[in-house]
Write a protein that binds this ligand. Sequence first.
Ligand code: PLP
Length: 388
Amino acid sequence: GYVANSSMIRRMFEAGIELRKKYGADKVYDFSLGNPDLPPPPEVKQALETIAARADRPFALGYMPNAGYPALREKLAVHLSKEQNVTVPASHVIMTCGAAGGINVFFRAVLEAGDEVICPAPYFVEYGFYAGNHRGRLIPVPSKDFTFELDLDALEKAFTAKTRAVILNTPNNPTGQIYTRAELTRFAEIIAAMEKKYNRTIYVVSDEPYRFLNFDNVELPGTFELFPHSVVIGSYSKNLSLAGERLGYIAVSPKIEGGDELVAALTICNRILGFVNAPALAQQILEVCMEAQVDLEIYRARRTAMAKILTDAGVEFNMPRGAFYFFPKSPVADDRQFVDALLKECILAVPGCGFGGPGYVRLAFCVDAKVIEGAAEGMKRAVASLKK
Ligand code: PLP
């Protein structure tokens, strides 16, 4: 079933290979993947040179405690305390193999068979697999049409006696939406009421790999400020362009009762799921690059360029406030038909139905500006072909 269901993204991947062979790589406009193309910031190269110079010492890249290097956790706790507006102790920070590893570790630690995880849709499709890996069930709840703000009434109705967690992703993949303090505050009230009603803890898992990609400098409230029973999952895949190095973290809210027990469970799960610890090399890089990041201005300029080609082609969209995705409306009800029309123009997009958002498509703009400009005419032709 998993193989059959992942056919959409595989199809795009295979179509991309075929089209590149046939027309040449520069004639293919690939917006299908969220793999950041910007090189890591220069601080990463400097860090690697320093690490290389001491790599001949014993244990230079050996095992460390399962939760990560203690000095790094201290440093990250200081950073997160500022970001989250709440003091986070180093003992509540666990280094993980990317956000993906972090979410799996969290689900392994807290889910019992049949537990439900509520998630606003559209959503990062891997969440369903991650919940399933640990005998949980993802319950997607559609967000408001077109704006993709939280539909709080629908979310409230989705809670049951089996709800154990809610997964939030802001800035959002695939919609680019950033939830407001007002929306999140109201959602926190609903969750608190549901905890009372069902007499159980309901965790908020805030998946924040795109926190730094906030183009209009809107407020991104601290998760720990708003949700007492929460964990923040972070990643260095996007802000340091280290996606292949697999580094992320879980930070546990200092307000969780029994937080130390949860931290201990997460640390054991990091070990017994076979991650053992987050990569030593990436952790050592992070220790000196915590305040570095890729150039936000480049992504901002691409957002402007992408908005222009969509507007010129007559495609309706909500301007993404963050992350590096557009989630425009398909000109026809069936988003796969739009994706096929784009494919004929060598433009690769992913149908929204793959993210629980039918009627839309996802375009990732972590690609060179030339790719965006090059797709302009094809985009117009694809839209025109559907309006005939
Ligand atoms: N969460 C979201 C919303 C993502 O978009 C991604 C990657 O694209 C991940 C998690 C996984 O990130 P990582 O590479 O840190 O595992």
